[in-house]
Structure formats: C-alpha cells, structure tokens
Design a protein around this ligand. Structure first.
Ligand code: PFF
Length: 497
C-alpha cells in the first residue's frame, strides 16, 4: 500500500501548560463528576474504587503512554498514524482497523455526551431561578397534603411541575412513596430527594428544551474545533480548566463541612469485597478508560500535536493523577450530601442531578449556577477532544478543512443525539457499548499493537529507554491484553446471562 500522501501536523500545542490543560481537560469531564459517582454508587463504593485505582495504574496509564507515543511518532490523525506505521514497518494493515474502532467509539461517546451536557446546561438557569431553595418547604407542604389532587398542589408548589413523572404522584393525587425494605413494601413520607428526582425527570422530559441546550453546546464545540488546536482547543482549556479546579475545591469543602462526611468516607474508603463481582471489575476497568480518555485513540490525536521536548511518561502520569484526584474529590462532593439526605447511593445516572441541587438549595443561588457552569466547562473540553478524532481524520485524510469537517460531523452528531433525547434509555446502552466495552477492547488492541507489533526503537525514541519503558512494555504486552480480555469476556457473559 502506498504511504498516505499527507505531511505531519503543522498545528502544535503552544506551551506545555496549554497541552496539560487540554489533556487534563479531555480526561476531566462528566466521567469524573457524573459517571464516576454513580458507577461507584451502583458497585458498592470503596471496593470498586480500589479496583478502579488499580485499573488506572495497570491498564489506563500504560495505554495512555502508548497512545501519546504513537501519536507523536505518527504526527497524524489516529487512523493515518496507524496506516503510516503499518506501511513503513511492513506490518499487517488490519491494525488500521483499531483506529476505526477508536473513531467509532469516540463518535458514539460524543453523541450521548452532548446530551448529558445539555442536561448540565439546563441546570444552570434552573439554579439561578432559586427553585432548589424551595425544596424543603415544599416537602412539608406535600406531606401535609397527601391525598390532595395534583391540580390543586400545582398552584402552590413552584419548584417542580407535579406530574406522573414524580414518584409521589399516582393517578393525579399526591401519595406517600412506596419503598421496599427487606423485601417488604413500606410507605414513607415524601423526601427532598423525591422532589429533586421529580425535577430531574421533568428536565429530561422537556425534550425541546434539552434539544436546544444540546444544540448550543454542540455549536460551541464546532466553533472551537474549527479554530484549530492551538487557537481553539488549547485556548479554551487554558481558561476553563483552572476555573473548574478552584470551584470544585470549594464544593468539596462545603459538602464535607455541611454533609455527612463520616458516612461518605466510610462508603468511599472502607472496602467491602463481598459486593465485588466480575461486573464490578468490568465497570471499574471501563470507568478507568472512560475517565482517562484512553482506548478511543483520542490521545493518539492529542499526542500528534505534542512537541519533541515534552516528556511523555511525566505528562501521562500528571494527567492520570489529576484525573483520578478529581474523580475522588467529586465523590467527596457528592456522597456526603447523598448520606446526609438519605438518598439512594445507587441512584444511577441521575445521581449528580438529584443530589447536588439539594445542597445548592441551601446555599446562595449563584453557587449552584457556578458549579453547573464549571461542570459544563469540564464537559466541553472533553467533548471537544472526542470530536477532534473525526475532524483531524477528515482534515488530513480527506483534505476536508477543519471548518467544513467540524460542521459536517456536528450535524451528524445532532441527529443521533436527538434520538437519545427521545429515548433516554438508549443512553445507558450507548454508554455501556462504547464506554464499558469498546474502550477496554481498544485498550487491548493498543496494548498488543504497541507491545508486540511496533518496533521497540520507536517506543524508545518516544518514551526514553530504561525502567519506565520496560515496565510499560511488560504491562502492554502481557497484563493489559490478558487481564482485560478475561475481564471483558467474563463480564459481558455475566451481564447477559
Ligand atoms: N474522559 C472524559 C470524561 O471523563 O468525561 C470522557 C472521554 C473523553 C472519554 C474522551 C473518552 C475520550 F476519548
């Protein structure tokens, strides 16, 4: 096969700080704030977290280094880099398929990621409206009016529109909430969590509004991508990420001081291995890949813009460390509130949107608005990286300029996203397929490719020789492919049997 007729990337990161912010920006996102807390909650907390940390170190970090290394060596989009390496080194061109798998995974991820970002966006004006601060008073009113018709209550309740989407509404009447305790069904009072969950259901049920927010978020992505790597992605990340970190720390301090810190610490830090199954392990591995943005060739693409002077092992460790830190910190921002208000820690994808508004309801209104704005910033720098895979490929393989490429892919993504807006349950499936299956599978392939196919001198050039390289190579060759293949197969079979 002829060598691709493209030259290397001419656009590069302007500074090390800019690259770090963009790379951390890709990693830190809804995966840390939204996916990590609910996945940890559904999988028993601390034991899951331990397995998660091991997955980051043993699987995520080596694959991240391999992606940066091959990306910088190739100086092209992921698919083009694989084509260049397989052609130059006379290796089977089937390996290019790995790039296609990654590109497909990143587009699937992007298509639902922007919908969740649309929910986050929607919560910004909601926070400003002060609606969350009404929750506690309204709970009292609701409990005092059990049996009253929804039509009458809707005149008095302002923070939510009461409808069948609320757990305490049945046949148009306010009722106590049915809950199963030790196998028996009991009725309990309506709680703040119920009202907050009701508001979340209302939000996602308002399809036109979510569509508009999703479309605006997507449009901003397209604009930044069209402006290029240095002038667009990097500049956005340099401003958004530092602002995000400051606010997150503020949130944690607040949650730990006012919430149930001991309950959260117990849940997050005392491992209970009786809850661990292969599914837990699969969820942890998937979460590690999702959170670090590896396995989808996104980091191939970011690696292509790395300058020669940048040390890959150091920066990969920094990015993985920052990402893990933010995930844990997000746990400490959310679980103290979950336990203080008796919410269900396994609340699923709605956890972030149900728990945090309760806390925000007791603070000055701007705090909630600022938090969701910053979550949106974090989501933005991640989403941009997902779409960059496609834009970069169109640019150097199909000679389609960044502006046209970003717009074209944007339109396609909006169509798919509209599907999720109407069928929210599809998000769970798309998330499982891309995040839990395709990313770890991509990791296995990258491990095999970098470990066994790519000549060692290329890795030495990119990663330096010595202990780090040998350790990384061992993990890529043996640990990543064998362990993840077993986890994937047993986990998937277990899930469907
Ligand atoms: N790492 C991002 C997050 O935690 O939200 C999501 C993501 C970005 C996943 C890029 C995969 C990826 F390639």
């Amino acid at each position: 096969m002829a060598l691709p007729s493209v030259s290397g990337k001419s656009d590069h990161w302007g500074s090390r700080f800019g690259f770090i912010m963009a790379a951390v920006g890709s990693s830190v996102g809804l995966g840390n704030l939204w996916r990590f807390p609910f996945t940890a909650g559904e999988n028993g907390g601390s034991a899951f977290i331990l397995i998660y940390l091991a997955s980051v170190l043993l699987f995520g970090l080596p694959v991240l280094m391999a992606e940066y290394a091959l990306g910088r060596h190739g100086q092209r989009s992921a698919i083009a880099t694989l084509r260049k390496i397989t052609t130059e080194e006379k290796k089977p061109s089937a390996w290019v398929g790995m790039g296609w798998l990654g590109a497909l995974a990143s587009l699937i991820l992007f298509s639902f990621y922007i919908v969740i970002s649309g929910w986050v966006f929607d919560y910004i004006p909601q926070s400003f409206s002060g609606a969350f601060s009404l929750f506690s008073d309204e709970v009292e009113l609701l409990n005092a009016n059990i049996g009253q018709s929804v039509a009458v209550m809707n005149e008095q309740i302002k923070s939510v529109h009461l409808s069948g989407a609320c757990s305490f509404v049945s046949d148009g009447v306010i009722t106590r909430v049915a809950e199963t305790v030790d196998g028996a069904e009991v009725l309990r009072d309506i709680s703040v969590g119920d009202v907050s969950a009701c508001r979340f259901a209302e939000t996602t049920g308002n399809k036109l509004e979510i569509f508009i927010y999703t479309a605006i978020f997507l449009l901003l992505n397209v604009i930044v991508l069209a402006r290029g790597v240095h002038g667009g992605i990097e500049r956005a990340a340099e401003i958004l990420m530092p602002a995000f970190f400051i606010m997150l720390l503020g949130m944690v301090v607040y949650a730990c001081v006012t919430g149930d810190f001991a309950g959260a610490a117990n849940f997050l830090l005392t491992p209970d291995f009786s809850k661990v199954t292969f599914n837990t392990v699969l969820a942890a591995v998937g979460q590690a890949f999702f959170s670090l943005s590896v396995g989808s060739c996104v980091m191939f693409t970011y690696g292509a813009y790395l300058t020669r002077e940048t040390s890959i092992p150091k920066n990969a460790a920094l990015v993985a460390g920052a990402d893990t830190f933010v995930a844990l910190i997000a746990g400490f921002a959310i679980f103290p509130i979950v336990f203080a208000f008796g919410l269900n820690e396994a609340g699923g994808p709605g956890l972030l949107f149900v728990t945090l508004p309760i806390a925000f309801g007791q603070m000055p209104t701007f705090i909630g608005a600022v938090f969701f704005t910053l979550a949106l910033f974090a989501a933005f720098t991640s989403a941009v990286s997902l779409l960059e895979v496609g834009v970069s490929w169109l640019e150097d393989q199909k000679a389609i300029g960044r502006v046209k490429g970003a717009i074209g892919l944007g339109v396609l993504m909006l169509l798919i996203a509209t599907g999720y807006i109407f069928r929210g349950d599809l998000i769970d499936h798309a998330d499982f397929l891309s995040g839990t299956v395709m990313l770890p599978l991509g990791g296995v392939l990258i491990g095999l490719f970098a470990g066994w196919v790519v000549p060692k001198h290329i890795l030495i050039k990119e990663l330096g020789d010595g202990l780090v390289l040998n350790g990384v190579l061992f993990l890529l060759r043996f640990v990543v492919p064998i362990a993840i293949s077993i986890i994937l197969i047993v986990g998937i079979v277990g899930k469907f049997s």
